[in-house]
Design a protein around this ligand. Sequence first.
Ligand SMILES: [Fe+2]
Ligand SMILES: [Fe+2]
Length: 272
Amino acid sequence: MAEIRVLLLGDIVGAPGLAMFEKHIASLREQYKVDALIVNGENSAQGKGITPRIAKFFMEKGVDIITTGNHIWRRKEIYGYLAENKTLLRPNNYPNTCPGTGVATFLCKGTTVGVINVQGRVFMFDNIDCPFRSAKSAVSYLATKTKVILVDVHAEATSEKAALANYLDGTVSGVVGTHTHVPTSDERIMPNGTAFVTDLGMAGAQDSIIGVQKGAVVNAFTTAMPNRFTVETQGPGVLSGVCITINSVSGKATAIERVHIVDNDFNFDATA
Ligand SMILES: [Fe+2]
Ligand SMILES: [Fe+2]
């Protein structure tokens, strides 16, 4: 049976996230026999957005597609790169006047793999198109090219992500959630053959609040005053995601395994 194994990693947060990715990607490739690699890069530039330099770094490390989310617009220098490079996605349900695209394909072991990035609207910026209709129309477009399709649904609400996964069950190979930076343990294959996990988690500093220094976040909640958030660089590193095995003929997922590394020896300052 022809199979494709795709490793999908959650939001890479700042320089520690990039360093954790760089430190562990070769062994992860080997351990999980990875054929294709998709990462969410929306927080890779100091926690907010992504730069062309970081996008090129991911490409040099063998990433096939970079997905993003609500932070994609934070760095203006990425706009031109988005317009010119189909390997970096922004959510598909932004107006088509925005630079870039939310749909891409790449070739893996002779099979075309389609990737869709959409953003949720619950508890988030909601002045964007419906992620369900956007994903459905992207699936219809990709279905003319391939049965192997993966979706990154970048959303806050677990229900919105689960609803999208069920809405697409049987028409795509996998739906993975991103954005919360917290990995969920609900990975499964749904009844019609679509793999699903509510959130992939993140890469970055573990002793943090979703990758950010704890004090400022606690202050934000306790003082209700504006606070400057800084990416945490100290302490153990974390990196998480899933590996999905897909039958490249039928497009159905046959396995989904959670990937979660806690690296107690990770010392970001030593690697900087
Ligand atoms: Fe994020
Ligand atoms: Fe996000």
